[in-house]
Design a protein around this ligand. Structure first.
Ligand code: GUN
Length: 281
């Protein structure tokens, strides 16, 4: 079994981005990311702090907008409008989930597609489906980067994605399809999930339930990608029962230190892409 090390692979992506950010800077072009967080969700606060740290390490200017829980839709849309029109900001990310009184899709729709480094805007979602895109949602993008780094060929493989979210499952399925995988997306209504998973050469778990994928669901020699970040007794665990699955598969991502660090690296990559596009590079 090979451990797919997200720390090493993300470091190589960030190194690449850092070099390109520096080259742009020599040409008088700055790279800037605005991160909006509404409310006090502790997990979201950690993610946003990590994004800010990554920006600083790579020479990307980061602006954080921490808004109170009771922020209105109008106030949030007004901020997005300002950032859409701010030349020094190339990318805008609004941390999800938003407090319940806010309309998440309306907020996503308000972000200029050229600055939508999450690739959540309908225009960017559509472009991914067409296979002609600038931005890819950070988590699926990070997984594709890992597979490529590990020389894992997708063409003709049976790929099973567990989870159908707009952030991970759906775009993940589409990216694997673009690489000529035969893709199945499973969800809570899937019949006999275990036997579907057992067919997978590449299994991506994005369920959000600790130890959901057990050894009996995994084919001998499969590649297993664990997107889960679950906290159990203060410890981070994935969606995969790592201890029992690891000896069955050919390669697996750990939690922590797998997909997580990749997500931030790909956000940095998308921010660089945005800066380049906006400056016609
Ligand atoms: N919340 C969890 N993952 C993400 C992400 O990739 N982007 C944003 N904006 N919010 C998230």
């Amino acid at each position: 079994m090979r451990l797919i090390d997200g720390k090493i692979i993300s470091a190589s992506v960030k190194e690449r981005v850092k070099d390109e950010v520096a080259i742009l800077k020599e040409q008088g072009i700055t790279t800037g990311l605005a991160v909006i967080i509404v409310g006090e969700d502790p997990a979201s606060k950690v993610y946003v702090a990590n994004k800010k740290k990554a920006c600083e390490a790579l020479g990307i200017i980061s602006e954080e907008y921490a808004l109170p829980e009771n922020t209105t839709q109008e106030e949030l849309l007004k901020l997005i409008d300002e950032l859409n029109n701010k030349a020094s900001i190339n990318g805008i990310l609004c941390q999800l989930p938003l407090p319940k009184h806010l309309d998440e899709q309306a907020v996503i729709n308000a972000i200029l597609p050229e600055k939508d480094v999450d690739a959540f805007h309908p225009q960017n979602v559509g472009k991914i489906m067409l296979g002609d895109y600038d931005f890819v949602p950070c988590t699926p993008a990070g997984i594709m980067e890992m597979l490529q780094y590990e020389n894992i060929d997708i063409s003709g493989k049976t790929c099973v994605v567990i989870g159908r979210s707009n952030i991970v499952g759906k775009p993940m399925g589409m990216l694997l399809l673009h690489k000529n995988g035969t893709v199945t997306i499973c969800h809570s209504r899937t019949k006999d999930l275990a036997s579907v998973c057992k067919e997978a050469d590449v299994l991506v778990a994005a369920v959000g339930r600790p130890n959901f994928v057990t050894a009996d669901m995994v084919k001998e020699g499969a590649v297993v990608i664990d997107v889960g970040i679950n906290r159990v007794d203060g410890k981070l665990v994935g969606d995969v029962d790592f201890q029992n699955v690891k000896d069955k598969c050919s390669a697996i991502t750990p939690v922590p230190g797998g997909v997580g660090p990749m997500t931030i690296a790909m956000l940095m990559q998308n921010t660089l892409t945005a800066a380049k596009k906006q400056n016609k590079r």
